[in-house]
Design a protein around this ligand. Structure first.
Ligand code: FES
Length: 106
């Protein structure tokens, strides 16, 4: 398991033992006040939007075009930190990753 620290929509930090090989979204969607992930990971809803802590950004694979398009439509889009959590696979290299669930879109 890989330890992630997730700040939920209420600002609470939650430690998650994530399963490698699954996406971050798949590992955090069952937490209370977490991502909704309406499309189930198809990169077509952006309800799995998270903000990655700055020091982790360079250790993640780059955004694909489709991910950038979806994030661009979000009000909470942070060009430096925003990611779709369904597009990032958990690996052992992410041990200790910290992220914040993006606020609900109005
Ligand atoms: S779950 Fe829909 S874009 Fe990630």
């Amino acid at each position: 398991m890989v330890k992630l620290v997730v700040t939920d929509k209420d600002g609470r930090d939650v430690a998650v033992d994530a399963r490698p090989g699954l996406s971050i979204m798949e590992n955090i969607r069952d937490l209370p006040r977490s991502v909704e992930a309406i499309c189930g990971g198809l990169c077509s809803c952006a309800t799995c939007h998270v903000l990655i802590d700055t020091e982790w950004i360079s250790r993640l694979p780059p955004r694909r075009y489709e991910e950038r398009i979806m994030l661009d439509r979000s009000r909470a889009y942070d060009v430096a930190r925003s990611r779709l959590s369904c597009q990032i696979k958990v690996t052992d290299a992410l041990e200790g990753l910290r992220l914040t669930v993006a606020p609900d879109e109005p």
